[in-house]
Design a protein around this ligand. Structure first.
Ligand SMILES: Nc1ncnc2c1ncn2[C@@H]1O[C@H](COP(=O)(O)OP(=O)(O)O)[C@@H](O)[C@H]1O
Ligand SMILES: [Mg+2]
Length: 268
């Protein structure tokens, strides 16, 4: 089944214009909202941002060594912390000088990039993927004072397989590949076990990071997820652990990021 659904990488047409950040509407996030959504990566002095800085260094080193530009973040099941990691990684990457970071929310059904950053709008990435608009300038937002561009989704009211397993999506990826090498592209991906969406996305991009939820994802689940995405490259895995704090639905209490560790499954 997977072979039938996954499109090939053979598409070369790159018809879409990927906007420069200066062409996008500026967006100034509410710092309190970011903090309450656990997005701390913009602030290098925030104690909780340290693990993300470390992860950033490892990831960038590895991406450069392999000539990768397009990396997704996925997990076996929903709720593992993909969007949390994507948002923080994006924020911490945006502090790198001489780099441009583009983040696309491809978890259309459970999109949360907009909510995490406090973005509000009507034209989301789902409208581009569906072909309702070709103009990515209508969708992207440039985070003020950073090198970060965000492309959120606003409506989950779409059948996602036709959006992702399409020539249009392949052409979009081909367009992203025309960006210079100082541009890094992150995708908040769908979870692997939900349906075939993650597989389709992984087959088009350079590599993915696997987020593992400590205590909830068994080793078998992780290996099964990686196997399902095969032959796409797992560039690393990230162990996300909650602390089980009282009064928080996610078991989060402040300092829980300290329990957020990263490890790379493959040697350098
Ligand atoms: N290490 C963590 N510490 C605190 N909160 C976390 C952590 N990881 C995830 N969360 C929170 O858990 C919720 C689910 O995470 P999310 O990233 O949205 O999952 P996914 O995108 O994988 O479905 C979000 O509210 C997120 O902010
Ligand atoms: Mg998510």
């Amino acid at each position: 089944m997977s072979e039938q659904l996954a499109p090939t990488k053979a598409v070369t047409a790159a018809p879409f214009q990927i906007p420069n950040q200066s062409e996008l509407t500026l967006f100034a996030p509410d710092l309190q909202l970011l903090e309450s959504n656990h997005v701390v990566g913009f602030n290098s002095r925030h104690l909780s941002s340290r693990p993300f800085s470390l992860l950033r260094s490892q990831l960038v080193k590895r991406m450069k060594a392999r000539g990768h530009q397009l990396v997704g973040v996925t997990s076996p099941a929903p709720g593992a912390g993909k969007s949390f990691l994507t948002a923080n990684l994006a924020a911490t990457l945006s502090r790198l000088p001489n780099h441009f970071i583009h983040v696309f929310d491809l978890d259309v059904r459970r999109a949360s990039l907009a909510a995490n950053f406090g973005l509000m709008g009507e034209v989301g990435l789902e409208r581009f993927l569906s072909g309702e608009t070709d103009d990515l300038k209508r969708i992207g937002r440039h985070v003020e004072g950073t090198n970060l561009a965000l492309y959120p989704c606003y409506s989950s009211d779409y059948e996602t397989m036709p959006l992702l397993a399409s020539d249009r999506f392949a052409a979009f990826i081909a367009s992203l590949r025309t960006l210079p090498s100082d541009h890094l592209i992150l995708f908040d991906m769908p979870p692997v076990f939900a349906n075939d969406d993650a597989m389709v996305v992984a087959s088009q991009i350079d590599a993915y990071l696997m987020v593992i939820e400590q205590g909830r994802n068994s080793q078998k689940q992780v290996m099964d997820a990686i196997r399902l995405l095969d032959p796409s490259e797992c560039i690393g895995s990230v162990l996300n652990r909650y602390d089980g704090g009282v009064g928080d639905p996610y078991g989060y209490n402040y300092g829980a990021y300290g329990k957020y560790t990263d490890y790379f499954s493959k040697g350098d």
